[in-house]
Design a protein around this ligand. Structure first.
Ligand code: ATP
Ligand code: MG
Length: 495
C-alpha cells in the first residue's frame, strides 16, 4: 500500500494508491459516522490529550480545546520550545502535533490503511514553509510512527491531482498550470510546468498566515458589529462558538444565499452576504497580490496563453466569492477542483505510487542568506546565498560552496530565510531566523568561540574559509563553515 497524508490546518485527509485509483481514506467518528477527514482539533480531557473526533466530543462537553495549531509552526519564532496553551496547561507545539499525528495514525489503521503497512508514505508542507516548519513536520510524522519516504509542497501535490485527472487539457502549447491553494490557514500558489508525468515548479509564492480561518474572523466581526458588541464583550466559550458558527455558515453559503443568521452570545443577528463579501474581498485580493509575480504582474496583459488552467483547490476556495473574483480577472481558464479539500491528499498518493511515474522538480520557495558583520562589527552586510527558485534535489543533496580569505579574527554569521528582497538587496517582510555561527578565523580562538570576552577585529591574511550550504530532498538546508587550513569546522542545522 502507498499512502499520501495531508496534515491540514483545519482537517487532515489521506488517500491510498489502488491500481491507478487514489481513493480518500474514510474515517469513522465516535458515533460511527464516516468522514473523509480527521479534524485538526486537540482537547485536554481528564488531564490527557485527545485528538480529532474525540477532541470535538470532549470540547462539546466543556474540555479546553485548540484548533488550527498547525498555524503555530508558521510563526518566524517557531521552534521545539514553542509552547501552546490548552486550558490551564501549556504544551510544546511539537509534542501536541506528534501526539495528534499518532492519533491520526491509529485512526488510519482502524480504517484499514495502517501506516505501518505502507510501502511509501508521502506528506506535505505549505510551499513557502520555512526550514523549521519543514524539519519539525517531518520529525513529528516520524516520531508518530509514519515511515515518511518524501515530503512535497502542498500545491505541487494538487498539481499532480490535476494532471492525473485532466491530462488532455495540457497540450504542447499549454504546458503550464497555476495551482491556487486556499486552505484553512495558508495560501499557496505555484506555477507548474507539465510534460506528461514530469512536473517542474517554476515559481511558488504564498502567505503563511491567510486562509479560511480569516474569513470566519471577518464574518464574526460583522456579526459582533450588528449585535452592537465587540469581541471583548464575549467570554472565551461564546467567542469560540461564534467562530464555529461563522465557519459552518460560511461553508453552507451558495451563490443564491442573501443573509446569514448567527447567534452572538444571546443576541440573534443577521449579516447580509453582500456585506460579508465586501469585507472579505480584501482577503482574496491579498491572495491575488501575493501570486501576481507568477503572472508577470497582474496589470500587464501577461501572456497567459501557455497556461492551461488556474486550478482552485483548498477548502476555502469553495467560498463562491473566490471563483467569482478570480473569473473576473482570468476568465474561463479558472477551474475549481471537484475535490477542493482532497486534491492535495490525492496528489500525495499519486506521488507515493511508484507505478504512476509522476515526478516533480521542486524549488526552495524561500531565499536563504546571511548577515555578516564587517569592519570590526560596525557594519552589517546581507549576502543572499540561495534564491527561492533554487532547485531542491530529488535524491542526494545539492551543495553550494563559497570560498574566500578571512579578513577578521572572528566571523559572526546570522542566517535567515526570507520571502523577498527589497531593492537594496536586504530581506524584507516575512524573514525567519535560521540560526547563527560565531566562527573563529584566528586559530588561537578555535574551540574558544563561546568566550564572551571575544570581540571582532580586522586581520589581514586570514585562513582560507569554505562555507557549504547543503539542501536535502525535503528542502531543508544545513550550513557548514570550515577553516581549510586547519580543518576546524562548525555546523548549523535545524536538528
Ligand atoms: N464549501 C465551503 N465554502 C467555503 N469555505 C469552505 C468550504 N468548505 C470548507 N471551507 C473552508 O476551507 C478551510 C479548510 O480548507 P482545507 O481543508 O483545504 O484546509 P487545510 O488543509 O486544513 O489547511 P491548510 O492547507 O491551510 O493547512 C476552512 O476554513 C473551511 O471553513
Ligand atoms: Mg491543505
Amino acid at each position: 500500500m502507498d499512502l499520501g497524508v495531508d496534515f491540514g490546518t483545519t482537517r487532515s485527509l489521506s488517500a491510498v494508491a489502488d491500481r491507478g485509483n487514489y481513493p480518500v481514506v474514510g474515517l469513522t467518528d465516535d458515533l460511527g459516522d464516516a468522514h473523509d477527514w480527521f479534524p485538526s482539533v486537540v482537547a485536554l480531557a481528564s488531564g490527557r490529550l485527545v485528538h480529532g473526533f474525540a477532541a470535538l466530543v470532549a470540547a462539546e462537553h466543556g474540555a479546553p480545546s485548540v484548533r488550527s495549531f498547525k498555524r503555530a509552526m508558521a510563526s518566524p519564532e517557531f521552534g521545539p520550545d514553542t509552547l501552546m496553551r490548552l486550558g490551564p496547561a501549556e504544551f510544546p507545539v511539537v509534542m501536541v502535533i506528534e501526539s495528534h499525528l499518532r492519533a491520526l495514525r491509529d485512526a488510519l489503521a482502524t480504517a484499514g490503511a495502517d501506516p505501518a503497512r505502507a510501502t511509501n508514505t508521502v506528506i506535505a508542507v505549505p510551499a513557502h514553509a520555512h526550514g523549521a516548519q519543514r524539519f519539525w513536520t517531518l520529525e513529528c510524522f516520524r516520531r508518530a510512527g509514519f515511515d515518511v519516504t518524501a515530503m512535497m509542497n502542498e500545491p505541487s501535490a494538487a498539481g499532480f491531482e490535476y494532471t492525473h485527472r485532466q491530462p488532455r487539457t495540457i497540450s504542447s502549447r499549454r504546458t503550464r498550470l497555476i495551482v491556487y491553494d486556499l486552505g484553512g490557514g495558508t495560501f499557496d500558489a505555484s506555477l507548474v510546468s507539465v510534460d506528461g508525468t514530469s512536473h517542474e515548479v517554476l515559481d511558488s509564492l504564498g502567505l503563511n498566515s491567510l486562509g479560511g480561518d480569516d474569513f470566519d474572523g471577518v464574518l464574526a466581526e460583522l456579526a459582533l458589529t450588528n449585535a452592537g458588541l465587540t469581541a471583548a464583550d464575549l467570554g472565551d466559550t461564546d467567542r469560540d462558538q461564534l467562530l464555529i458558527a461563522c465557519r459552518e455558515a460560511k461553508e453552507r453559503l451558495s451563490p443564491q444565499t442573501r443573509r446569514i443568521a448567527l447567534d452572538v452570545g444571546t443576541h440573534e443577528v443577521s449579516v447580509r452576504v453582500d456585506d460579508f463579501y465586501a469585507a472579505a474581498t480584501p482577503l482574496v485580493e491579498a491572495t491575488l497580490e501575493a501570486m501576481s509575480p507568477l503572472l508577470g504582474g497582474l496589470d500587464s496583459a501577461t501572456d497567459l496563453s501557455e497556461v492551461a488552467g488556474l486550478y482552485l483547490v483548498g477548502g476555502a476556495s469553495g467560498l463562491p466569492l473566490v471563483p467569482r473574483l478570480l473569473r473576473e480577472r482570468f476568465g474561463r481558464r479558472v477551474h475549481r477542483s471537484p475535490y477542493p479539500a482532497a486534491s492535495t491528499a490525492i496528489g500525495l498518493a499519486i506521488a507515493a505510487d511508484r507505478q504512476s511515474g509522476f515526478s516533480i522538480n521542486e524549488q526552495l520557495s524561500r531565499g536563504f542568506g546571511v548577515f555578516r558583520e564587517g569592519e570590526g562589527g560596525r557594519t552589517l552586510h546581507f549576502d543572499p546565498i540561495l534564491e527561492r527558485t533554487e532547485h531542491v534535489p530529488q535524491t542526494g543533496e545539492r551543495v553550494v560552496v563559497r570560498r574566500y580569505r578571512a579578513a577578521h579574527n572572528l566571523g559572526l554569521f546570522r542566517f535567515v530565510e526570507y520571502a523577498q528582497l527589497d531593492p537594496a538587496g536586504n530581506p524584507r517582510g516575512d524573514v525567519v531566523p535560521f540560526g547563527q555561527i560565531l566562527f573563529p578565523f584566528d586559530t588561537d580562538l578555535q574551540g574558544r568561540e563561546n568566550d564572551p570576552a571575544l570581540h571582532i577585529e580586522r586581520r589581514d591574511a586570514g585562513p582560507e574559509i569554505e562555507e557549504r550550504y547543503v539542501i536535502d530532498p525535503n528542502g531543508i538546508v544545513t550550513v557548514q563553515i570550515t577553516d581549510l587550513d586547519t580543518g576546524y569546522r562548525l555546523e548549523e542545522s535545524l536538528s
